[in-house]
Design a protein around this ligand. Structure first.
Ligand code: SF4
Length: 483
């Protein structure tokens, strides 16, 4: 370790953001990187803990104290190797991960935690700008073929790992571009699509074949999958949760994911022809917190909404805990995103009762009631309505950001794959193998809606199991170990 105790000298330094009035003029990423010299100081804040809780908290098992130290010493290229050893796509996690590693960082007990996520992003961006990230095709090819269905983070990680093992991998994507949720579910101002394109270009040069506009089971028969030695289903959890109340089908009540997808497509396709959901000059209410709700807030502000309101459910009140537990409660804290900072009236513990429309069936208002958490004996806390708190909110565009309930695809039924109690595709724990031989599943399709970092982790682990299935043994790395 280069310097222990750097945290006593250097305060945490994060990326800064451009001014709100400037960034609202466009859809570009708006972060300003920490200067390289200051970044090395940030690495020195790591205490190289005997038990690095950051490492345990990371689903990928990232070797965090190791790359912190290398950054501190200015050994960026080696830091990139260590980072890539456990994480195929640090440019995605470095931008989008809620960083459970930082919540677990021991330094957080007495000071601001080490800025691990930002260090990760700086390492990978330096890697790209210096030209250190280049295609590494396998030296030997097996004669085995694998179909990966879905090109989100789980599918891409699965594909890259299996390609490294020498297998011939084809990735099928139902949309018109690679990336899954990364491509159309996350606005440009949080993830510039060039970041996906430059990584996909490397994967292609490594030998992975990508096929877009192919929706397996819809415009491509599942019978074709029999031509592959193994299949990995990484189609995500895309079934949206709805709000079955009066007026749900009104003009002006839209799903958040449709709204975000359209806006990103418009940016990249000047000939986009669908009727677009627009927030311009409208009173917009986003129902649902979380990242998708926040992304709608940011997008509506960029489109020039007259007002943007967000309804969120406050987390359950914290349970009692031992005084010996020093960490702050997590993930129960309320998060203020950069989109919220850009302008939004946030309201918690509001339940929508009705979408009110005019005679043409167009949305004009929402009727709501306040709710509160209540616990009665032998019961979990429940949300109950507060009497006499009904309210009418003027609204001409309501966006539903209520999460996802599981995979939408009917592939399970077509392939004879069992689902679990939550309707996700079922696989043997830790093996990713479904009940159908040589068909595996990973990511949100298996575990339900989750974090990008979990999708990458599952993709890597599933690839290891597929490789073992095809070859009997595997040299692919397991969690938190070097390649
Ligand atoms: Fe460094 Fe924090 Fe990890 Fe400890 S827990 S090794 S201080 S990053």
């Amino acid at each position: 370790m280069g310097q222990l105790g750097g945290f006593k000298i250097h305060k945490r330094q994060d990326e800064t953001n451009t001014k709100i009035k400037d960034r609202l003029k466009n859809y570009e990423e708006f972060t300003v990187p920490v200067p390289s010299n200051d970044a090395t100081k940030q690495g020195s804040r790591c205490m190289d803990c005997g038990i690095p809780f950051c490492h345990s908290a990371c689903p990928l098992g990232n070797l965090i104290p190791d790359f912190n130290d290398l950054v501190h010493k200015g050994e960026w290229k080696r830091a990139l190797e260590i980072l890539h050893a456990t994480n195929n796509f640090p440019e995605f996690t470095g931008r989008l991960c809620p960083a459970p590693c930082e919540k677990a960082c021991v330094l957080g007990i007495i000071d601001q935690p080490v800025s691990i996520e930002n260090i990760e992003k700086m390492i990978v961006e330096k890697g790209f700008s210096e030209g250190w990230i280049v295609p590494k095709p396998p030296q030997i090819r097996t004669n085995k073929t694998v179909a990966v269905i879905g090109s989100g983070p789980a599918g891409l990680a699965t594909a890259q790992q299996l390609n490294r093992a020498g297998h011939n991998v084809t990735v099928f994507e139902r949309d018109d571009a690679i990336g899954g949720l990364l491509r159309y579910g996350i606005p440009n101002f949080k993830l510039d699509k060039k970041v996906i394109d430059r990584r996909v270009a490397i994967l292609q040069q490594e030998g992975i074949v990508f096929k877009t506009n192919i929706n397996v089971g819809v415009n491509y028969s599942v019978e074709n999958l029999h031509n592959f030695d193994a299949v990995v289903l990484c189609g995500g959890a895309t079934e949206r949760r709805s709000l079955p109340i009066k007026g749900i089908d009104s003009k002006g009540v839209e799903q958040a994911m449709d709204y975000l997808t359209q806006q990103t497509k418009v940016l990249y396709n000047s000939e986009f022809e669908e009727e677009q959901i627009q927030a311009t000059d409208k009173h917009v209410i986003v129902i649902g917190g979380g990242d998708t709700g926040s992304d709608c807030v940011g997008t509506a502000n960029r489109q020039g909404a007259k007002s943007v309101t967000n309804f969120e459910i406050m987390p359950k009140p914290p349970q009692s805990r031992s005084e010996k537990t020093p960490w702050p409660f997590w993930p129960l804290q309320l998060k203020t995103s950069t989109s919220h900072e850009e302008g939004c009236d946030r309201n918690w513990l509001i339940n929508t009762k009705e979408f009110i429309t005019n005679e043409e069936g167009e949305l004009t208002a929402l009727k709501t009631v306040e709710v509160e958490w209540k616990t009665t004996t032998n019961q979990r806390p429940q949300l109950v309505e507060k009497p006499n708190t009904e309210k009418i909110w003027e609204c001409d565009l309501a966006l539903l950001a209520l999460g996802f309930t599981g995979p939408k695809s009917s592939l399970a039924e077509q392939l004879g794959i069992e689902r679990d109690a939550r309707s996700n595709y079922k696989a043997e724990y830790g093996k990713y193998q479904t009940n159908v031989p040589n068909i595996f599943t990973a990511g949100d399709m298996r575990r339900g809606q989750s974090l990008i970092v979990w999708a990458i982790a599952e993709g890597r682990e599933a690839a290891l199991e597929v490789d073992k299935c095809l070859e009997g043994i595997s040299n692919l790395p397991t969690k938190g170990k070097n390649d």
